[in-house]
Design a binder for this molecule. Structure first.
Ligand code: CP
Length: 347
């Protein structure tokens, strides 16, 4: 006898976790935050603090006339500018290749573009790409260190590191300067809420993977269309709280995210309803999180995910985040060249 369909229905099988790829190949690459141990991150923070305070002319001799290419398939203000200024501060010659003004427009592939940049002397490539995983492909074909400047909906590791630097500056300055090694308890008792369009956010993903390593609790808040339940499985220490005000009450850090309208196709998101439930305004902030710092990776859309008053208010540390991009990216570029030189010396 046939069993009724309802009694045989099983939950939809989950896609098994992908095996860990043998990436990155190059010790100087920064593709995923997962490749960074706490010791690595402490070192990045220490070098960031050192380099930003170093006398500029001395610093510019560190990597004088070395070459880095910035390869950008998506628009960027903060990441591109800070990586470029960071490289130049170390004395590096940089070149920018954008999909809008290069032979990429004529159909040249990522592989051929990467090989072309290598043939022109690029020793490392800073890549922003609209496809998740593109930095692995570029690294595979060029054998150069690749610094991920944001790939699709995957990761934005340098953003997570500068976010961490900003948080630590307010919570534990000694850790921010790298004077004290990070441990699994450095952010114990600290709740960081990440709010909004988690689904499309590579910044959220990198932070979700990073912050629990230091003992932080990560609370995700947003509507189901932009925050699927499965997001809570991203890492131990990540939970979902759909009620924004409840999430705010617990938060020492509130990270607001932009709704990525360019990636919303097919999703039914009512922006007016979104604002009612999830917009960070002065009243909410004062009532539920008066001691919290407010972060945002940018670009911010005033009047949508947060109000202008919050963006310009004393709790917002958004421009501090932008500023921290420079030392963090100097340290990541130096790390890439340290690995290049080590590899060369061992040949
Ligand atoms: N945070 C960030 O990635 O900003 P940009 O897109 O301006 O680089």
């Amino acid at each position: 006898m046939a069993t009724p369909a309802s009694s045989t229905a099983r939950p939809h099988p989950r896609t098994p976790a992908a095996p860990k790829p043998p990436f990155p190949h190059h010790a100087g690459s920064a593709i995923s935050i997962e490749q960074f141990s706490l010791v690595d991150i402490s070192h990045v923070l220490k070098r960031a603090d050192f380099l930003i305070h170093e006398e500029p002319l001395t610093r510019a001799k560190r990597l004088a006339k070395r070459r880095v290419a910035l390869l950008f398939y998506e628009s960027s203000t903060r990441t591109r500018t800070s990586f470029e200024l960071a490289a130049k501060s170390l004395g590096i010659d940089t070149t920018l290749v954008s999909n809008l003004s290069s032979s990429i427009e004529k159909g040249e592939s990522l592989k051929d573009t990467g090989l072309t940049l290598r043939a022109l002397g690029a020793e490392a490539i800073i890549l922003r790409h609209n496809c998740s995983g593109a930095p692995y492909v570029l690294e595979h074909f060029t054998n150069l260190p690749v610094l991920n400047a944001g790939d699709g909906q995957h990761e934005h590791p340098s953003q997570a590191l500068l976010d961490l630097l900003t948080m630590l500056t307010h919570i534990s300055p000694k850790h921010a300067k790298g004077e004290v090694e990070l441990t699994a308890e450095t952010l114990k008792g600290v709740t960081v809420s990440i709010v909004g369009d988690i689904l499309h956010s590579r910044v959220a993903r990198s932070n979700m993977l990073l912050l629990p390593k230091l003992g932080a609790e990560v609370v995700l808040s947003g509507p189901p269309e932009l925050l699927p339940d499965v997001a809570a499985e991203s890492a131990p220490g990540v939970v979902i709280e759909r009620d924004f005000e409840t999430a705010l009450k617990r938060s020492r850090v509130v990270m607001m995210l932009r709704i990525q309208s360019e990636r919303l196709a097919g999703l039914n998101v009512d922006l007016e309803e979104y604002k009612v439930k999830y917009q960070l305004n002065e009243t909410r902030l004062a009532q539920f999180a008066p001691e919290a710092i407010v972060l945002h990776p940018g670009p911010i859309i005033r009047g949508l995910e947060l109000t202008a008053e919050v963006a310009d208010g004393p709790q917002a540390k958004i421009l501090e985040q932008v500023h921290n991009g420079l030392p963090t990216r100097m340290a990541l570029i130096e790390r890439a060249f340290d690995a290049i030189d080590k590899k060369g010396a061992s040949r």
